[in-house]
Every structure is written in C-alpha cells, then in structure tokens.
Design a protein around this ligand. Structure first.
Ligand SMILES: CC(C)(COP(=O)(O)OP(=O)(O)OC[C@H]1O[C@@H](n2cnc3c(N)ncnc32)[C@H](O)[C@@H]1OP(=O)(O)O)[C@@H](O)C(=O)NCCC(=O)NCCS
Length: 174
C-alpha cells in the first residue's frame, strides 16, 4: 500500500471489479489507451486475476487501485513490467469526474518513488498517444525525457515514449 497526502494506492482486489468496469466502460476514458471497454464484472475480475495480481506476485509491482480518503475508488496508477523487453512503464487511468485535480500527478510521483527507491529500478518508461495532452502533461511533470515516436507498423496506434532514470528522479526530487 502507498499513501500520498490525498490518496491511498492499494493492490487491486476482486472487490474493485465493479468500479474498474465502470471506469473502462467510459469511451472517453479508454479513448487513448488502445484498449477495448470492459463490458461485465466478470471481464473486470479476469483482468484483476489474470493480469494485475500476477504482476504483484511475480515482480512486486503493478497497477494499484487508487482511493480518496473516504474510500472512493477513483481509478488506477502504477508500474508494469514487460518481461519480453525487460522494461517497466508507468500507467494511469482515472474516472472522468476526477480529472484535472492533480491526482494522476500525485499518484504517479509516489509510484515512481516506489519503483526507484523500494524496487531499485534503474529506468522507468511512459508511453502516450500524441493526442493525449493530459497524459503528456503528467509525463512531463514527472520530469521524464522524450525518447522517440513509435513507428512500428504492427502497432495499431502511434505513441510517444519518455523515460526517467533513477538519477534523474533523485535530481528532480531536490
Ligand atoms: C491522463 C489522466 C490520467 C490525467 O489525470 P489527471 O488526474 O487529470 O491529471 P493531473 O490533474 O495530475 O494533470 C493533468 C494536466 O493536464 C492538463 N490537461 C488536461 N487536459 C488538457 C488539455 N486538453 N489540454 C491541455 N492541458 C490539459 C491539466 O490542466 C493538468 O495540467 P496542470 O497540472 O498543469 O494544470 C486522465 O486524463 C485519464 O484518466 N485519462 C484517460 C486514461 C488515459 O488516457 N490514460 C493514459 C494512457 S497513456
């Protein structure tokens, strides 16, 4: 569990499935994610069971469920390990009514701190579609560096890659 001044980040449980389905059934929320909307609680439970929890079990990292102080689920934020490329990326997704209040920035900062200081990662990436201005802003607020625009023709969506090293993170913190 991670805590910030306004947020609590917890490993997802099956109890989060209904909220996660609501989050992912909003077309505006999934617009720039390249993912299909979730249409049932069973689908959301399968994502938690088969994708989220194994990440925490194997790699001690994953997408945390994010809650306000009063226990309201507002979305998720966290790190994901890609064994095929040996890379870790930062990701986030929040319900629309909570956008624009700095929550993604606050949650991302504590996830980066967890990745660099607890897991001792050397580098964390973030990827975003070029049209996703809000996401690009969060990435820039994290002090990440532009690394390139994906031109892989097998990828259905173009995206921009940024990264941050452990040294840069420590420098940004000062
Ligand atoms: C991306 C997302 C997580 C950002 O969450 P958030 O809590 O609103 O982010 P923050 O409030 O911390 O920061 C967003 C910044 O973008 C700015 N912003 C948002 N939309 C913008 C727009 N259309 N044009 C310019 N700036 C914009 C905000 O003003 C804020 O900047 P500021 O701090 O300088 O004012 C949220 O929009 C979301 O869940 N989107 C859908 C899922 C998604 O796209 N995830 C990322 C996939 S790569």
């Amino acid at each position: 569990m991670l805590k910030t001044s306004r947020l609590t980040l917890k490993v997802a449980t099956l109890e989060d499935a209904a909220s996660m389905m609501k989050l992912n059934s909003d077309p505006e929320v999934v617009r720039y994610t390249g993912e299909a909307a979730l249409h049932s609680i069973q689908e959301a439970q399968a994502v938690i069971r088969e994708r989220l929890l194994p990440q925490f079990e194997k790699y001690q990292m994953g997408r945390f469920s994010v809650f306000l102080e009063d226990g309201t689920y507002i979305g998720w934020c966290g790190l994901r390990f890609f064994p095929e490329t040996d890379e870790v990326d930062l990701g986030y997704r929040f319900m629309k009514q909570y956008w624009g209040q700095g929550y993604a920035t606050e949650a991302s900062r504590t996830c980066l701190e967890y990745g660099f200081e607890k897991l001792k990662l050397k580098r964390i990436l973030a990827k975003s579609m070029p049209e996703n201005i809000a996401s690009l802003k969060v990435i820039q607020k994290m002090g990440m560096t532009f690394r390139g625009i994906n031109t892989d023709p097998t990828e259905p969506h173009g995206f921009i890659t940024y990264d941050l090293s452990a040294e840069e993170f420590q420098r940004c913190k000062k």
